[in-house]
Design a protein around this ligand. Structure first.
Ligand SMILES: Nc1ncnc2c1ncn2[C@@H]1O[C@H](COP(=O)(O)OP(=O)(O)OP(=O)(O)O)[C@@H](O)[C@H]1O
Ligand SMILES: [Mg+2]
Length: 435
């Protein structure tokens, strides 16, 4: 049993077309064959009528009749004479007969003139069937030509009827994992509408679940933030000078654990916030200003590790977006660059315009990202196959969501061999003409 609906339709319709062709062709052939035989009889009758008035003295093909038809008139005289065959013919009554003449089967018409002389109009049976066969086969030609054309048209109609289904599957496949917008029914065949309604219902339920999950994460992070802040304060209030060295070590571990937990909660909240923002009214923001503020914020941290953090190019470029989110995206990227660059390295930023696009590039002298990790780098909590340093693995997920929402793109490439190695992050966003 064929599993594909398309194949089933094609096989079924092909069988119908071929069967119709065979039955129609057989009937057309038989009908045309008997018509051709009748037509040849009527030729014999016409020739007979003509020969009634103008006697033909010798057995000869008749002028005006297709030579290939081999219609001939045999004069039999007024009494049986001549060859045995002639005498045999003479004994037959007037009219159409099948007979044998000179050892060959023939069709003949016998007539008697007013003066009593008789004649036979003859045609070889073999020639008659050949002509009839030929004419009947010709009637088959249109059918034989039509069947493949019909099969082709059927295949095209089936393919075009199924195209919306194939397109729908492609559209669904091409969707990003988090794209749960409902499917449009416009332009879809009515048979697909029940599926679309079901799929949209499912997407709607998924949207609800994702929203619930997002709210749970945001609430949990929010609820945890207060006690963690309180605990941090308590830890800060402890005076390490009054402690024995072992307890001091433990206090430091505790403080760094608190810092990491606080950072994780902040990142979780930031991610949940980005997921929640649907449509914001975009403002015109200056990308270079945002980058400068972020760099100024992180300068002390970079300086503490002797990292040269600065701009190699800073053109004035305006983009549309929300300033807070964009600042958070740029901060996450620069933080990564500083974090993964070894001491005494450098982090260079470039902000410039490239045609209609605003470009922000951040290049560091760190280890870069292994190519095998590049595909998964935007997944939440992914910190590479061999995680190094501190981090929650949420930074780039937040960045990606922000840049996507602003209609931009982000790409990473490892820079090697040009006297320096490291990672280059490039953000491209549509430019806004008036800063
Ligand atoms: N500039 C970089 N150089 C080398 N590796 C990087 C760089 N930026 C990101 N990575 C790799 O990508 C991973 C994910 O980065 P991401 O910013 O999402 O998380 P994180 O920095 O570990 O945590 P968080 O940003 O929440 O502090 C990092 O753990 C690191 O392995
Ligand atoms: Mg990060």
């Amino acid at each position: 049993m064929l599993k594909s609906l398309r194949a089933r339709l094609f096989v079924g319709l092909t069988a119908i077309i071929v069967l119709t062709g065979v039955i129609g062709g057989t009937f057309a052939y038989l009908w045309a064959y008997s018509e051709a035989i009748e037509m040849q009889d009527s030729v014999l009758i016409q020739v007979g009528t003509f020969a009634l008035n103008a006697s033909v003295r010798e057995s000869q093909p008749v002028n005006g009749v297709d030579a290939e038809a081999e219609v001939a008139v045999i004069e039999l005289g007024t009494s049986p004479r001549g060859s045995a065959d002639d005498r045999n013919l003479w004994t037959l009554p007037d009219g159409l007969h099948n007979g044998v003449y000179r050892g060959q089967p023939i069709r003949l018409l016998l007539r008697t003139r007013a003066d009593g002389s008789r004649f036979a109009v003859t045609q070889r049976t073999e020639i008659r069937t050949e002509i009839a066969d030929d004419m009947a086969l010709r009637t088959l030609l249109p059918i034989v030509a039509l069947v493949p054309c019909l099969l082709l048209v059927t295949a095209l109609v089936i393919a075009s009827s199924f195209r919306p289904m194939v397109k729908l599957a492609h559209d669904l496949d091409a969707r990003r994992g988090d794209d749960i917008h409902e499917l449009k029914a416009a332009g879809m065949p009515s048979e697909l509408h029940p599926f679309l309604v079901s799929i949209n219902g499912l997407l709607d339920r998924m949207r609800g679940m994702m929203e619930q999950q997002r709210r749970f994460i945001a609430d949990a992070a929010h609820e945890l933030r207060t006690p963690i802040t309180a605990l941090s304060l308590q830890a800060e209030n402890l005076d390490p000078r009054e402690m024995p060295p072992q307890a001091r070590e433990r206090l430091n571990a505790l403080k760094s654990g608190m810092r990491r937990t606080k950072h994780l909660l902040e990142q979780l909240l930031a991610l949940a916030r980005q997921d929640a923002v649907q449509a914001t009214v975009w403002e015109t923001v200056s990308l270079d200003e945002i980058a400068k503020e972020v760099v100024a914020d992180l300068l002390p941290e970079a300086a503490a590790r002797d990292i040269d953090l600065g701009f190699r190019m800073a053109e004035t470029v305006a983009v549309s977006g929300d300033a807070l989110s964009l600042a958070s995206a740029v901060r996450n990227l620069v933080e990564n660059a500083v974090k993964f660059t070894p001491d005494s390295g450098s982090v260079d930023l470039g902000v410039y315009r490239e045609g209609e696009m605003a470009v922000l590039q951040i290049e560091d002298t760190g280890p870069g990202i292994p190519p095998s990790d590049l595909d998964r780098i935007f997944e939440p909590f992914f910190r590479g196959e061999r995680p190094t340093g501190e981090g929650s693995g949420l930074g780039l997920s937040i960045v990606k969501r922000i840049i996507d929402r602003c209609g931009g793109s982000i790409a990473f490439e490892n820079v090697n061999g040009t006297g320096r190695s490291g990672l280059r992050a490039t953000i491209k966003m549509p430019c806004k003409s008036n800063p």
